[in-house]
Design a protein around this ligand. Structure first.
Ligand SMILES: [Zn+2]
Length: 352
């Protein structure tokens, strides 16, 4: 009935086939996540994930929204900020779905493109996924302020379904919502040993699909690393809650210390407005491991006086060292130097 392609951890696509009943299972899994995020039947959603390449942010999200009784407006990230914002201003959908940095970028463009701030475009609820970011307080607060809406995270992946972890109104992690449709285990990625999902536990998610007719999956390793943020919740949901901290594929090992690019990004964001929050890791080594300080390029604000640059650089390096136990060498560049997320997402690691 349907074949989805994932980007795959090696760069070549991997494929998942779905029967009609598998599609229904995917829709039920996804509906629970998006409902937790605040989407409701009767809503209208501007769909700003990438719509091409067979990714699950595209057609499967459309199917989930329609299954929920929600009107999808499938414009897609590829259409660009201009088109998306014009549709938003014309149709005024009350909900928005896409990657967190791209949706923030969209809001920043709104005054130029449609002549009014994004807060006046009628959005009530935002669901973000596809990359870590929605769980970073500074990123979320910025997104919520820009749109005047709630922003909540979800997590999934092509292999098991589209999306199936959803953050509720409490806003402190994504619930596991569907023990009847899938098994989720947490393991130590090095030893494969089971990790009990208690608060503070971290590990890699491993999934088994239940009810799957095509493309069966048994203890599939996702390479997604999560930390458990809670096991009970004011919302009444009983599944434990997680934040995704990154993928094994993204993880760097700096003098033996594991570092996720998203953790570095989070620390750089603490320095706004002196820094813009944009940053890249310049990886001058092959593979994931280095014995040298990690090279970071960080944008400073356009109006930061030059005699404050040394001080900002030192405070950034000190903050990262104290938080992550990792030594960095930071180069400051002027605001606007680094590429903005004008499409789907921008890699935080640049290979040089
Ligand atoms: Zn909850």
């Amino acid at each position: 009935m349907q074949i989805q392609a994932s980007s795959g951890s090696t760069g070549s696509p991997s494929y998942v086939g779905l029967t009609a009943s598998d599609i229904t299972t995917w829709c039920e899994l996804g509906a629970r996540a998006l409902y937790a995020n605040g989407f409701r039947p009767g809503d209208r959603v501007l769909h700003a994930f990438g719509m091409s390449k067979g990714f699950v942010g595209a057609l499967p999200v459309t199917q989930i929204l329609q299954y929920m009784g929600i009107v999808d407006i499938p414009i897609g990230a590829e259409a660009g900020a201009d088109r998306l914002l014009r549709v938003q201003a014309d149709q005024r959908p009350n909900a928005l779905i896409g990657t967190p940095y791209f949706l923030a970028y969209l809001a920043e463009q709104a005054p130029d493109i449609v002549g009014k701030p994004a807060t006046e475009l009628g959005v009530r609820a935002i669901s973000v996924g596809g990359e870590p970011g929605g769980g970073i307080p500074a990123v979320r607060d910025n997104l919520q302020a820009l749109w005047g809406a709630t922003a909540r995270e979800m997590l999934g992946g092509t292999d098991i379904a589209c999306t199936y972890w959803g953050e509720c109104e409490a806003g402190d992690g994504m619930h596991f919502l569907s023990p009847d449709l899938m098994v989720a285990e947490l393991i130590d990625p090095d030893t494969g040993a089971a990790v009990t999902p208690v608060e503070g536990a971290h590990g890699e998610l491993v999934y088994t699909a239940l009810r799957r007719r095509a493309s069966p999956l048994l203890r599939f390793r996702t390479r997604d690393h999560v930390v458990v943020t809670g096991t009970s919740c004011a919302c009444g949901r009983t599944g434990y809650k997680v934040r995704c901290v990154g993928r094994t594929d993204d993880m760097l090992i700096v003098r033996g210390i594991n570092v996720f690019p998203s953790a570095l990004k989070q620390l750089v964001l603490e320095f706004t407005p002196e820094a813009t929050g944009e940053m890249r890791i310049r990886a001058d080594f092959t593979g994931h491991s280095t014995q040298h300080p990690l090279k970071l390029v960080v944008e400073h604000a356009a109006d930061l006086p030059p005699h404050h640059h040394d001080d900002l650089r030192t405070r950034l390096e000190t903050r990262i060292r104290s938080a992550l136990n990792v030594k960095t060498t930071i180069t400051l560049v002027p605001e606007g130097t680094l590429k903005r997320p004008d499409h789907i997402k921008v890699a935080l690691i640049e290979r040089v």
